[in-house]
Each structure stands twice: as C-alpha cells, then as structure tokens.
Design a protein around this ligand. Structure first.
Ligand code: AMP
Length: 196
C-alpha cells in the first residue's frame, strides 16, 4: 500500500514525500482511514511505529477545510505527557504540514508563560499541550475550546502513569461533546479502558 491509497490531500502527500516516507507504517495504514472517516479511535502503538504521523496527517487533512467562524481557538488539541514528546509532535506538524498554512504551537511545562499566553490569544489551528500546563492556562480563562473538533490523546498510558488522569478528564470535559477523539497508547489494558 502507498500513501496515495489513503485519500490524503495532495498537499499532504507532498509533505509526506518531503519527509522521505516511502510507504505508510502498519499503524498509519490501520489508523488513518478511520481517523479520516471521523470515527473515534483507540490504537495501540509504541513510540517508533510512526504513530505521530498517524494522528498528525488526519488532523491536517481536517484543517484544510474551513472551520467554524466567530472564534479563533484551536480546532485540534493534542495532549501528550512530556515536553520532549510535544516537541516531536510539533516537528512532525511542521514537516508534514510544510505546504499548508496552518498555525500551531505548544503549551508545555517548564517554559515561560508569556509566549504561551500570546499563542493562546492569537488565531490557532493546532495546539499541542502537556496536561498540567494547559490546566494552568484554563484556570486563568485563557483557552477557547468553542471550535475544537478533534482531541488526540497521545501516550495515554504514560499520561495516566504520570498522574494526569484528572487533568485529562477535565480538559476533555471542557471541549465540545461532538468532537472526534483519537487515543494512542502503548497498552490498551487496565486503567486505559476506564479513560476511554
Ligand atoms: P513515531 O513513532 O511517530 O515517534 O515515529 C518514529 C520515526 O519514524 C520518526 O522519526 C518518523 O519521522 C518516522 N516515520 C514515521 N512514519 C514513517 C513512514 N511511513 N516511513 C518511514 N519513516 C516514518
């Protein structure tokens, strides 16, 4: 199977080509069609399997269509447990979305607040965040979820292990009920079932 068979927009296929990906990985082959069809998804995938592109490509494809007008909060929110992973995800968005004009940024712990506050005030398509820092911004009333369409939970099992369950639940509850949700986890056993 090639990336051409996945019904991705040509502008994204150019991004895939620029990344040097010859063919989709197993998780990409399995997850991308469901994600593009708008379904909720739980997927078991370890780091190194190509899971980032498995959710970034459907997210980018969704954003190529215009969103709701009237507000400018993020349309896609990607939650991930660590600052390092958030950096890898924004790199993936930058590379795969190289030929799009989407606005994205991250809000993570261990970094200064003012640039993140500016990011949240400006029009934004994709927000990548670690749960604790995002909750801080929510507590200051700085996050506009009114046009959020897609929530991605990356490394959901690690977020649970790191004690982020309550934060993730609070964030999910603050987003519109009709949103699409994609959950990626190394394991789908145990507590992760409850979160799902
Ligand atoms: P991830 O599991 O998302 O952390 O991806 C692991 C590595 O695989 C990253 O360096 C990606 O750039 C790379 N990668 C992702 N998808 C593909 C693909 N279809 N073909 C080759 N490399 C890929």
């Amino acid at each position: 199977m090639s990336f051409q068979n996945l019904n991705l927009d040509p502008i994204l296929l150019r991004g895939v080509e620029a990344c040097g990906f010859a063919e989709p990985s197993e998780i990409q082959r399995q997850a991308i069609p469901h994600a593009l069809a708008g379904r909720d998804l739980m997927a078991s995938a370890q780091t190194g399997t190509g899971k980032t592109a498995a959710f970034v490509l459907p997210a980018l494809q969704r954003l190529l269509k215009p969103g709701a007008s009237g507000s400018h909060g993020p349309r896609v929110l990607i939650l991930t447990p660590t600052r390092e992973l958030a950096g890898q995800i924004t790199d993936g968005i930058r590379q795969l979305g190289k030929f799009t004009r989407l606005r994205f940024g991250s809000v993570v712990g261990g970094e200064a607040y003012p640039p993140q506050q500016r990011l949240l005030r400006a029009p934004l398509d994709i927000l990548v965040a670690t749960p604790g820092r995002l909750i801080d911004h929510m507590n200051s009333g700085r996050v506009d979820y009114s046009r959020l369409e897609l929530l991605v939970l990356d490394e959901a099992d690690r977020m649970l292990d790191m004690g982020f369950l309550e934060d993730v639940e609070r964030i999910a509850a603050a987003t519109p009920a009709g949103r699409q949700t994609l959950l990626f986890s190394a394991t789908l056993e145990g507590n992760i079932q409850r979160v799902a």
